[in-house]
Design a protein around this ligand. Structure first.
Ligand code: SAM
Ligand code: SF4
Length: 325
């Protein structure tokens, strides 16, 4: 699918639920947010119908996310069915890792290709403060177990903010030393509770890592489907990546659209523009017509996000767990 900016759109991120077993301070208020009613959540059949239309239009990569995707019952069944759709090359998963040890076997058997685990700290007390759950050991156990499976990649996504976890960057980066995982540092976006923290630039993070580990050499190989920039460190087997959506806007190369758990096709993370596919699905839309609706909507994908602009209308006001991070 090509949009009006001539961008090739081949990547669909699907939020399978807006529910989560964590309450990360930068993502959700402690009391959580009101979740969509069960009957408003897309069924697997509805998600598959959208995936089939997407595949017909050139979607090759699907990311399963949330909320926390592993709290959705029978997720491996969905993954297996998506993998069977002709044209879909890869199904990947982003998770907080809490249920990963229990589910990894089924996920791998279902054919999941890559897994990203979000982990912002290696300190127990801080983990509890950030996620409001006592779960670091379970997440680490999930990562260690996942390392024993032949995934195309296993990555740790670490959100960085000043006075939050910036004293742990080297400890987190060191996880990539032995090569079973790569570590990516994610720039905070001014979304939801993220407004309350102060982001840290890629250059500052890189400087801290270089002080400890030596030169970070740009890596030009392909590492997944997204906008991350990767670096190599001598003596490190895994890579170090950076995703800096605000300070290094990658909208010109954006290849993705998003589906929320209640069936809204979002054209940009940071915009309300899109189309309510659930309404159409439940009104009995045919596969061909659905394909046409997705193609027409995608053509109108916004040119870029507005993180750095003030006073723009139509900006998304949902939190990441509701959008599908
Ligand atoms: N629950 C899963 C997880 O945590 O990996 C998947 C959904 S979560 C919303 C996806 C990612 O969004 C996480 O890595 C999280 O750190 C990130 N995230 C949440 N709020 C953010 C913000 N304001 N800025 C940048 N990333 C954010
Ligand atoms: Fe849940 Fe992920 Fe949001 Fe944390 S970042 S509260 S794990 S959805």
């Amino acid at each position: 699918m090509i949009d009006k900016q001539n961008r090739q759109i081949n990547y669909l991120r699907i939020s399978v639920t807006d529910q989560c077993n964590f309450r990360c301070t930068y993502c959700m208020p402690e009391e959580g947010v009101s979740c969509i009613a069960n009957e408003e959540r897309l069924t697997f059949e509805e998600i598959l119908k959208i995936c089939r239309s997407g595949a017909a239009l050139g979607i090759q990569k699907i990311k399963i996310t949330g909320g926390e995707p592993l709290v959705r019952k029978d997720l491996p069944v969905l993954i297996k069915q998506i993998k069977e759709i002709p044209g879909i090359d890869e199904v990947t998963l982003t998770t907080n890792g809490f249920l990963l040890a229990d589910k990894i076997e089924d996920l791998v058997n279902a054919g999941v290709d890559r897994i990203n685990v979000s982990l912002d700290t290696l300190r127990n007390d801080r983990f509890k403060e950030i996620t409001r759950i006592d779960g670091l050991d379970k997440v680490l156990a999930g990562i260690h177990k996942a390392m024993t499976y032949p995934l195309k990649s296993l990555k740790i996504n670490c959100l960085v903010a000043k006075y939050f976890n910036d004293d742990e960057l080297c400890d987190l980066g060191r996880l990539a030393k032995f090569g079973k995982v790569s570590v990516r540092f994610i720039e905070l976006m001014p979304i939801g509770m993220g407004h309350k923290l102060e982001s840290m630039s890629k250059e500052k993070i890189k400087f801290k890592l270089e002080e400890e580990f030596g030169l970070l050499k740009p890596y030009s190989g392909k590492m997944g489907n997204g906008p991350a920039k990767y670096y190599e460190i001598e003596a490190f087997k895994g890579k170090i990546g950076f995703i800096s959506a605000v300070s290094e806007c990658f909208c010109e190369e954006c290849n993705r659209i998003r589906l929320t758990a209640d069936g809204f096709l979002k054209l940009c993370l940071h915009s309300k523009e899109g189309v309510d596919l659930k309404r159409l699905l439940r009104a009995g839309i045919t596969q061909d017509k659905l394909t046409q609706v997705i193609a027409e909507a995608t053509a109108k994908k916004p040119v870029h996000h507005h993180f750095n602009d003030l006073g723009i209308n139509n900006i998304e006001d949902k939190i990441m767990a509701q959008i599908g991070g």
